[in-house]
Design a protein around this ligand. Structure first.
Ligand code: EPZ
Length: 417
């Protein structure tokens, strides 16, 4: 499937943000910690979440969905994560901590996901080893044995997934565990809050040091998935690229502060409790120097949006350094060059001189990069085709329909793979 996008039409109107993919995936993994019913509301209808629900179902959980509400209950009937689903989504790694906490063993085929560079899980496994779990690899993938025992562990990097897994691993282990250098992304904090609601004892919620006192069991709960900050930033970027005026509602502006400072602050922006209104009816010269970093730094997941906006800016130079996923710059830089962009990539830094872009045939190779290409197409003169929409569908409910609702000329052609 591909998107056909005619650019240079200012977007206008209000658009609401869906629940966050990366929050949904972490919370779904954590449902394994209890047999009782966990109800998650605002659960987005996207491919990665559907695959995670399928994975839970294949492992024995009862799963039902009614609109944006999903209900998960029951026990697992296997600790072997099914390869045919695990390899479809990177988020499958997020069952690791919870399965070990409940069942003390697990086989996990190596996860799939985006082509954004090496995605090691050594921090997850080092932490588990610290918790006394035996970790080996065989031809089926990762094989772990043993219930996690209380311990203290410092993550060598504030990894989102490793924090989530180690937290889940610790909540049922009898005694006190301390995790140092935890990720503080809003999706991680939401997981901490849901676990507390389920009866977990966690001190330091929201911070980088978590002290966990294991409890015997966790109970069911009802929890709202937080708004997707990357989707919100995508709509704001679409407004900037097209020189439009857009209100993004049902979002959390606080979670967007790095993006708002680097991008929106250069335009006329209004912040509300749960909305951002951006009037981008003029071009800015550049976006200065931006470096991706763990929260509250500028998110790697918004880097390809910024790359497109920098390429479309009015003649100035923006420098973007990608510090998290090494392959995230080059592919989009090459694609934007097809539109006439002036980008040179040196190591993990792109130097982008803004200018007018023209429609071209583009190819998305990963989810966030794909959204970046759509944004570039919205700001380009003429018509672009963006192939690889299946990557975009992993994280956006229906990007073409959402952008059309703001007046964009975008439609999909061909069949989804
Ligand atoms: C999460 O991935 C997100 N995915 C990613 O979103 C996001 O880009 C990333 O966090 C950073 O914010 C989910 O939440 C499902 P990390 P995760 O562990 O947990 C290195 C999207 O498009 N590292 O914080 O895998 C790693 O290589 C996606 O929605 C190790 O070296 O990210 C990277 O450089 C893609 N060893 C850095 O840490 C490890 O064991 C951050 O990765 C783990 C990570």
């Amino acid at each position: 499937m591909e998107y056909i996008v005619r650019g240079n039409i200012p977007l206008n109107g209000e658009i609401s943000v869906c629940g966050a993919k990366n929050c949904a995936l972490a919370l779904l993994g954590a449902t394994i910690l209890t047999d009782e019913t966990v109800v998650l509301t605002k659960c987005p209808h996207i491919a990665d979440v559907d695959n995670m629900l399928l994975l839970l179902k294949k492992m024995g959980k009862k799963v039902s969905r009614n609109g944006q509400t999903v209900q998960i209950s029951g026990k697992l009937n296997t600790v072997n994560v099914p390869a045919e689903v695990a390899t479809l989504l990177r988020g499958s790694v997020l069952v690791l901590g919870a399965v070990l906490a409940r069942y003390g063993q697990l086989t996990l085929p190596l996860p799939g996901g985006c082509a954004i560079g090496a995605r090691p899980i050594d921090i997850h496994t080092d932490g588990l080893k610290h918790f006394g779990v035996s970790v080996e690899y065989d031809d089926k993938g990762l094989v772990c044995k043993g219930k996690p025992q209380p311990s203290a562990f410092k993550l060598r990097f504030a990894s989102v997934g490793a924090t989530e897994n180690l937290l889940c691993a610790a909540v049922l282990s009898q005694g006190q565990s301390v995790l140092y250098n935890c990720a503080t992304e809003p999706e991680v904090v939401a997981l901490e809050q849901m676990l507390v609601q389920m009866g977990a004892q966690i001190n330091g919620v929201g911070g980088s040091v978590l002290t966990i006192t294991g409890v015997q069991r966790l109970s069911g709960t009802v929890f709202d998935i937080i708004p997707d900050r990357i989707v919100a930033a995508t709509y704001l970027s679409a407004a900037v690229a097209s020189h439009g005026k857009v209100t993004v509602s049902n979002c959390c502006p606080q979670h967007l502060s790095a993006f708002i400072n680097a991008v929106c602050g250069r335009y006329d922006v209004r912040l509300y409790n749960d909305a951002v209104t951006l009037n981008a009816d003029r071009a800015v010269s550049d976006y200065g120097k931006v470096v991706t970093a763990p929260y509250p730094g500028f998110p790697t997941d918004m880097q390809s949006l910024l790359l497109s906006l920098a390429a479309l800016s009015a003649g100035g130079t923006t420098k973007i350094t990608e510090n998290l996923f090494e392959n995230r710059l080059q592919h989009n830089a090459d694609q934007l060059a097809l539109m006439g962009a002036d980008i040179s990539v040196n190591g993990n830094t792109a130097s982008v001189r803004g200018q007018c872009l023209f429609g071209a045939e583009l190819c998305a190779r990963d989810l966030r990069g794909g959204a970046g290409l759509v944004v570039a197409a919205l700001g380009a003169e003429g018509t672009s085709a963006v192939r690889g929409v299946e990557h975009i569908n992993r994280g956006y409910v229906d990007l073409a329909a959402e952008l059309s609702s703001l007046g964009a000329d975008i439609h999909s052609v061909g069949l989804d793979k």
